[in-house]
Write a protein that binds this ligand. Structure first.
Ligand code: XIL
Length: 311
């Protein structure tokens, strides 16, 4: 059976994937999404620069297309993302005063989370707020508002859509170190202040042969009592790709899928792409390749068998 059906049979919520304008009209991709995956994230079209390119001027076309694609096929939607320093338009980055930035954050969240109220399973309310050393990232949000921009974002999101699960999301939470320590400490402070938060998302942009610490870190996140999800899984291979590395990738997808199943709070896994033909790895990590479960020609790889075997 399909990955999504199998993970649901184990009591989890979904096995998901991404879609966007570059793939929504490709039959090979949408067939795979339809049969194998139960949750959808917009790869880019729900980000701030795509939705609100200038102040209070909202572009809903591409975002709605994805929402409608998912809803009409009974897929859950993970909303990605409300407050993020990247893919953030210049007009937001240039705001220098607290009142304006507060209003701008509130308006963006009210408009976006409000528009899709009742249709979104989970929101990545804030994304990538930490540096690797555990300090807060020097974004416009942190510079102008300090840590409380995070409380503001979560409170506004809860008011805009009371039923969506609200997540903090970040990368490099796959191993121990100051970043995950800082994130867990922040989660404790947020809850201490009564700020509504439901989940922790670990992006999971991984490298073949380096997935051994994932389960222990997911367990630490789950021990908070919040939901946990792997939100952007891909496991890239250093070029040149060969059969040994592909075999390791199969084991790594099995290991990571099992890691989620071994943590009771882990609700699901989203893979960051269907086919190796369309992956951000090609442009972002040019010395790496082939991070996904289907190859450039939409054929299943051994990596698929890895994920499937774990289920
Ligand atoms: C990436 C997309 O995959 C690319 O197409 C885009 O050019 C840049 O963003 N962390 C995130 C995702 O939270 O939104 C990013 O997606 C990958 C890293």
């Amino acid at each position: 059976a399909a990955l999504d059906a199998k993970i649901k049979a184990k009591g989890r919520a979904y096995y998901g994937n991404i879609i966007d304008q570059n793939t929504i009209n490709i039959g090979q991709v949408t067939n795979i999404l339809n049969t194998e995956f139960g949750a959808i994230t917009a790869e880019n079209s729900w980000k701030w620069d795509a939705i609100e390119p200038s102040r209070n001027n909202f572009n809903w076309g591409n975002a709605d297309a994805i929402a409608n694609w998912a809803t009409s096929r009974g897929k859950l939607i993970r909303g990605h993302t409300l407050v993020w320093h990247s893919q953030l338009p210049g007009w937001v980055q240039n705001i220098g005063d607290r009142n304006t930035l507060t209003q701008v954050i509130q308006n963006h969240i009210n408009q976006v989370a409000g528009r899709y109220r009742g249709r979104v399973y989970a929101w990545d309310v804030v994304n990538e707020v930490f540096e690797e050393n555990g300090s807060f990232r020097n974004s416009v949000f942190y510079r102008v508002l300090g840590e409380e921009f995070i409380d503001l974002a979560f409170r506004t999101a809860r008011a805009a859509d009371a039923n969506a699960k609200l997540y903090i999301n970040d990368y490099n939470l796959d191993g121990p170190g100051p970043k995950i320590d800082a994130l867990l400490a922040l989660v404790g402070r947020l809850r201490g202040r009564g700020t509504p938060i439901d989940g922790i998302g670990s992006q999971g942009h991984l490298i073949v042969g380096q997935v051994g610490n994932v389960e222990a870190q997911l367990k630490r996140m789950g021990d908070t009592g919040l939901d946990v999800a792997i939100t952007e899984l891909d496991i890239r291979i250093q070029r040149p790709v060969d059969s040994t590395k592909l075999a390791q990738q199969q084991r790594d997808y099995e290991t990571v899928t099992k890691a989620c199943l071994n943590v009771p709070q882990c609700v699901g896994i989203t893979i960051w792409g269907v086919s190796d033909r369309h992956t951000w790895v090609d442009s972002t990590f040019p010395s790496f390749d082939s991070p996904l479960l289907w190859d450039d020609n939409y054929s299943r790889k051994s990596a698929y068998t890895g994920a499937d075997t774990a289920l």
